[in-house]
Design a protein around this ligand. Structure first.
Ligand SMILES: [Zn+2]
Length: 329
């Protein structure tokens, strides 16, 4: 069955749009038309499900604008329905965390202003990936504060925002897959802060907390399905409370695995050594730097002080030397 966005193509009314080419993308066929519209083919069951979920909206034509950030609410902001149910992932469509790093700032109120996403610490040039399959709706410099910004609309209608990029690697209307590198991290448009990825999730322009769906330390989604209610769009969480939750978790983790005094654990949670490294990037060895503690190193690489002691012939009270190599794996 041939569908366009989520609507069945009516061949009589679209006969003026001649198909130019067909592309295969991971088992799905995408048909390009001469007026730059594209369509793709999926199974009838999938089609039925998606039309039901999106109430027949053609996601890649309605409110489609390459120049406006909040395309759905322009010129009129739409109302938020009581409940929205969306399929996030399935056997064909997966999720990839755009970048994994310490979250410096969460979704919530910050200094009396709304902070609509997550600020994820990164270094300039770090690859930033698309969270889901989708189509690039916006890819250029935004002088409203986002800096170099990419907005991707996904097949369930959600949009993700990737802001303060150093470089943009995609063009508007390009189709991207989950995990595809869409740009590199930086601090464009971020006047007072360092390099970070500002990452937002929005439904019909309304932002909600990405951590509602992402189980951050495992880099998985809580569920394949997302149920959003009106209250998810209300920014009730205070930024401070959120930060203490993140730090609290780090401190609690350290405290569990180490007899180190609370002050050491608390201090190490504020240094780069306490950032948790993605499991796939855990190195064989860690070279001790100033301020490193066994508990900090254990937290960073997702292991325990006991395991580090065993592997390295250390005791919990061993003094670490700067430059010393600690076996991690
Ligand atoms: Zn931010």
């Amino acid at each position: 069955m041939l569908i366009q966005g989520f609507c069945v193509l009516n061949f009589t009314s679209s006969s003026q749009n001649l198909p130019l080419d067909t592309i295969e993308l991971n088992g799905e066929y995408i048909v390009l038309y001469e007026n730059n519209i594209w369509a793709y083919t999926i199974s009838p069951e999938e089609h039925k499900r998606e039309v039901a979920l999106t109430k027949g909206m053609d996601l890649f034509r309605n409110y489609w604008n390459n120049d406006i950030t909040f395309a759905c609410s322009y010129p009129d902001p739409g109302p938020i329905p009581d409940t929205i149910t969306l399929i996030l992932t399935d056997t064909k469509r997966k999720f990839v965390m755009p970048y994994y790093g310490r979250i410096n700032s969460g979704f919530g109120w910050r200094s009396g202003r709304k902070h609509n996403g997550l600020d994820i610490d990164l270094k300039r040039g770090a690859p930033v990936k698309s969270a889901f399959d989708g189509k690039i709706r916006y890819a250029k410099f935004n002088d409203g504060g986002y800096g170099n910004l990419v907005i991707i609309r996904h097949f369930n209608g959600l949009e993700t925002y990737y802001s303060h990029l150093n470089e943009i690697n995609v063009k508007p209307n390009e189709i991207v897959k989950a995990g595809q590198i869409i740009g590199t991290g930086g601090n464009s448009g971020a006047r007072w802060t360092g390099e970070h990825l500002h990452f937002e999730m929005r439904w019909m322009d309304h932002p909600f907390d990405p951590l509602k769906i992402i189980e951050y330390d495992s880099l998985r989604l809580f569920s394949d399905t997302l149920i959003l209610t009106k209250s998810d769009f209300v920014m009730k969480q205070s930024h401070k409370a959120y930060l203490s939750y993140i730090n609290g978790q780090a401190v609690a983790n350290n405290a569990k695995t180490s007899p180190a005094p609370a002050s050491t654990a608390a201090a190490s949670s504020n240094t780069r050594t306490s950032y948790r490294v993605h499991p796939s990037e855990v190195p064989n060895y860690h070279t001790v730097k100033k301020g490193d503690t066994l508990s900090g190193i254990a937290y960073r690489y997702g292991t325990s002080v006991d395991a580090l002691c065993r592997k390295n012939g250390l005791t919990k009270t061993s003094v670490l030397q700067i430059g010393q190599k600690i076996k991690i794996k």
